[in-house]
Write a protein that binds this ligand. Sequence first.
Ligand code: AOF
Ligand code: ZN
Length: 357
Amino acid sequence: MKIALQLAKKGCGFTSPNPMVGAVIVKEGRIIGQGWHEKYGEAHAERNALAACTENPKGATMYVTLEPCCHYGKQPPCINAIMEAGIERVVIGSGDPNPLVSGKGIQILKKQGILVTEHILQEDCERLNEVFFHYIQTKRPFVVMKYAMTMDGKISTKTGASKWVTGETARRHVAQQRHRYAAIMAGIGTILTDDPQLTCRIEGGKNPIRIICDTTLRIPLSANVVSTAKQIPTIIATCCRDAERCALYEKKGCHVLLVEERNGHVDLEQLMYLLGEKQIDSILLEGGGTLNWAALSSGIVQKVQAYIAPKLFGGQAAKTPIEGEGICYPTAAFRLKNSCVLPLGEDFLIESEVEQS
Ligand code: AOF
Ligand code: ZN
């Protein structure tokens, strides 16, 4: 199962909005085939592992990180392939929360006389697909709020300069996250001050869909994200209903998404619903303090990634990761759980889940 998990991770960034899955086929103590789900819409891990078998898999055991599917989607049911190949035993990491599968895959395999062992390395298999599990159950994207700050909690100096807070190793890690998640979201403030590309920039990596929250449609037509929108999908979420203005951005290749207004901003809850409808299963939120507060207080954030640099900027005017109104008492804090720390060069990444209230 550990090997299957490693195989599954090779699909990272390419399977969205479907899961990463790995499978290993073992006969008489030898691995005779392995495979993973390589790309959205293409063959599932189980069929890839069967196709890769170097000898007849009849009587063999299949280790698979996710319950095999039993429905016709873009691909035929994996349980059929497993039964036809004469697999004797299936060892499963986690169940599939997809309502079309959800326990039925296991049930049918058992009915056909195949031995099924469940819950092997279940936690690892569930963590691997935290995005898929969230998306299939809520139809909303999994949102990761990311920021880089100094040890005194600043994301820029008092002049607004932020290049760079963290070192190269940490920044390379961020690039991997842009590959991993389906989309990246920033606010108009970030576009106006930094004019970023919001691309991935790692070899063999995929660029995330870019989502810009721009309540009043102020984004310059010359902004990098607008001028490259024909190459990299770019969504502008706005409350501006001026059709002529919207058309200017559409002509440049942007998709203008009309959203209701809430507290003077784009209604983020509605935006998450609309993005979920577009099959966007995950978002790396690289917002400034205003957007971060709006996101956190509207309950759309699942995870926080804080990159922390051993530096101090000082300055009352220097920006912090989450601004907005803030809370009154420490007891009202947004609580985080299951935190882990990853050293990255001289910096650290602290990653935590947001406790949903
Ligand atoms: C995958 N890859 O390796 C496995 C999946 O539309 P389809 O036919 O590709 O079906 C997608 C569903 O199949 C997915 O939501 C999940 O429930 C199940 N298993 N999917 O893309 C795989 N094993
Ligand atoms: Zn399948």
